[in-house]
Design a protein around this ligand. Structure first.
Ligand SMILES: [Zn+2]
Length: 413
C-alpha cells in the first residue's frame, strides 16, 4: 500500500548516520516537505509534492514531522510503584540506604515474584501505550525484578507478549544480575553462578532475550563478576548493554568496552579515563560502545547528572533514555527526558533530538532500520501538535507536544 504525507512544514531527522560530537547539532531538515510510504517503508522524501499523487493522501496542515523516539533503556515490566520509598527519599534516605534496608530492587523483586504473569502483562501494556502516545516507537525492556529462575523467565515472557501485541519494535534484555538477593548477600559469587549456570541457559533456550545486562556498581556486581557473565552470554550470542558508573568510578565503562558491549548506561560518574576508554572503543572492526545517559534517574534521586556535555565535546555519540522504572525513574516520556537533558546537562535541543533517535537506534544496533526519516527505513514517525516545534518539547516541561504517532506508516490510535 502506498500513502503520501504532505504539507509538512519541516521534515526533521532526514540524515541516516549516527551523530558524533559536533555533528549532533546539525539537524537534517526538509522544509515544505512530503514523504511517500510504501508497505510501511519510506520510499521517497522531498519538497512540495511528488510527480505521482497516490489515492491515499494525508495532508498534515503545516505540522512538523519527526522520527519516532527510541527508548533504549527501560524496566517497564514491574509489579507496583514504590511510593513508600519515594517518601523516604524526600525525607533524605539515599539509594544505598534504601537498598541496604531491603528496599529498592529487592522490594520490586518480592512484589514481582508474587504477581501473576497476566497482571504484569496488562499493567505493562498500559505503560507501553502511554509511551507510544508520548512519541516512543521503539523500546528496550529489561528483566531483573525476578532474581529467581522462574520469576526472570516470567518477566521475559511478559516482554515477549508485548512484542507480539504491539506493532512497535520492542527488544528484551536479560538482567538477572540486577541485584543480589538477600540469601546470597554473603556469597555473591554463588548468585553469579546461578545466573550463569541456570538462568542464562534457559533464557537462551527459550529465545527470550536479545541482549544481556549486568548492574556493575558499588554494592551490586564487581567488574570481574560482570566480565564473567558477559563472556558466558557471548556463548549464547547475547550482546551486552550494561549498567555502569551510576554510584562511582567502578570500572563499568572499562568492562563494557573490553567486552564490546553495545552500550554502557548511566555514567553519572565519568572521568577522563572513562572518556578515553569509550573513545578507544570506536574502531571500524567493532564500532564502539554507545554512552547512554539517564537524566530521569539523576533528577528523581537527586544524584549528580552524567557529564553528557563532556561526552559530546569529546566527539562521542551521546544517547539519552528514560530508565523508566518504579524505584529511580518513574518517567515514561522521552519528551520529559529532553527537558532534563537541556536544563541540567546543558545539551542543546538538536543534540537531544539525535540522542533519542538515530544514536539511540545505534545503542540497539538498529540504525539501519529506524532512527531517521530516510529512504529505506521504517515509516515510524510523529506529527507534532499544530504550530509546535522540536523546541517545544524541552521547553514545555511535562506537556505532550506529539499529536499523532505512525508506525510502519499506519496511525496508532
Ligand atoms: Zn536501569
Amino acid at each position: 500500500m502506498e500513502v503520501l504525507f504532505s504539507e509538512i512544514s519541516k521534515l526533521i531527522g532526514t540524515q541516516n548516520e549516527v551523530k558524533f560530537g559536533a555533528e549532533m547539532k546539525e539537524l537534517g531538515v526538509i522544509n515544505n516537505a512530503y514523504m511517500l510510504v510504501k508497505d510501511g517503508i519510506i520510499a521517497e522524501i522531498g519538497e512540495g509534492l511528488p510527480d505521482n499523487i497516490p489515492s491515499n493522501h494525508v495532508k498534515l496542515n503545516g505540522a512538523e514531522v519527526l522520527p519516532g523516539f527510541i527508548d533504549s533503556h527501560t524496566h517497564l515490566v514491574f509489579a507496583k510503584p514504590r511510593y513508600n520509598e519515594f517518601v523516604l527519599k524526600i525525607k533524605g534516605a539515599t539509594y544505598e540506604q534504601i537498598a541496604a534496608s531491603g528496599g529498592g530492587i529487592l522490594n520490586s523483586a518480592k512484589a514481582l515474584q508474587e504477581t501473576p504473569e497476566d497482571k504484569l502483562f496488562e499493567d505493562a501494556k498500559l505503560r507501553v501505550k502511554s509511551m507510544i502516545a508520548a512519541g516512543t516507537t521503539a523500546i528496550e525492556i529489561k528483566s531483573g525484578y525476578g532474581l529467581t529462575l522462574d520469576a526472570e523467565l516470567k518477566m521475559l515472557r511478559v516482554v515477549k507478549k508485548l512484542k507480539e501485541y504491539f506493532p512497535i519494535i520492542i527488544k528484551s534484555t536479560f538482567l538477572g544480575a540486577h541485584a543480589i538477593p538477600a540469601e546470597y548477600k554473603d556469597n555473591t559469587d554463588n548468585y553469579v553462578d546461578l545466573v550463569i549456570n541456570e538462568m542464562l541457559p534457559q533464557v537462551a533456550k527459550d529465545a527470550l532475550a536479545d541482549h544481556i545486562d549486568v548492574f556493575c556498581d558499588t554494592g551490586f556486581f564487581t567488574p570481574e563478576q560482570t566480565d564473567k557473565i558477559l563472556k558466558e552470554a557471548l556463548k549464547y550470542n547475547l550482546p551486552a548493554k550494561i549498567h555502569g558508573n551510576e554510584l562511582g568510578l567502578t570500572g563499568g565503562v572499562q568492562v563494557a568496552v573490553a567486552n564490546e558491549a553495545w552500550s554502557v548506561d548511566h555514567l553519572e560518574h565519568l572521568g577522563p579515563e572513562e572518556i578515553a576508554c569509550l573513545k578507544k572503543g570506536f574502531t571500524k572492526e567493532y564500532g564502539g560502545t554507545m554512552p547512554v545517559a539517564l537524566p530521569g534517574t539523576s533528577y528523581f534521586l537527586r544524584i549528580p547528572y552524567s557529564d553528557a556535555r563532556a561526552i559530546i565535546d569529546n566527539n562521542l555519540p551521546l544517547v539519552l533514555a528514560t530508565d523508566f522504572n518504579p524505584g529511580s525513574s518513574p518517567v515514561h516520556s522521552l519528551q520529559t527526558i529532553s527537558a532534563l537533558a537541556c536544563i541540567y546537562m546543558r545539551i542543546l535541543p538538536e543534540e537531544v533530538f539525535h540522542a533519542i533517535t538515530i544514536n539511540a537506534a545505534r545503542a540497539l544496533r538498529m540504525e539501519k532500520i529506524i532512527g531517521s526519516l530516510s529512504v529505506g527505513k521504517r515509516a515510524d514517525f510523529l506529527v507534532m501538535k499544530n504550530k509546535e516545534s522540536l523546541y517545544s518539547m524541552p521547553y514545555y516541561l511535562g506537556q505532550n507536544q506529539v499529536s499523532r504517532v505512525f508506525v510502519e506508516g499506519l496511525e496508532i490510535k
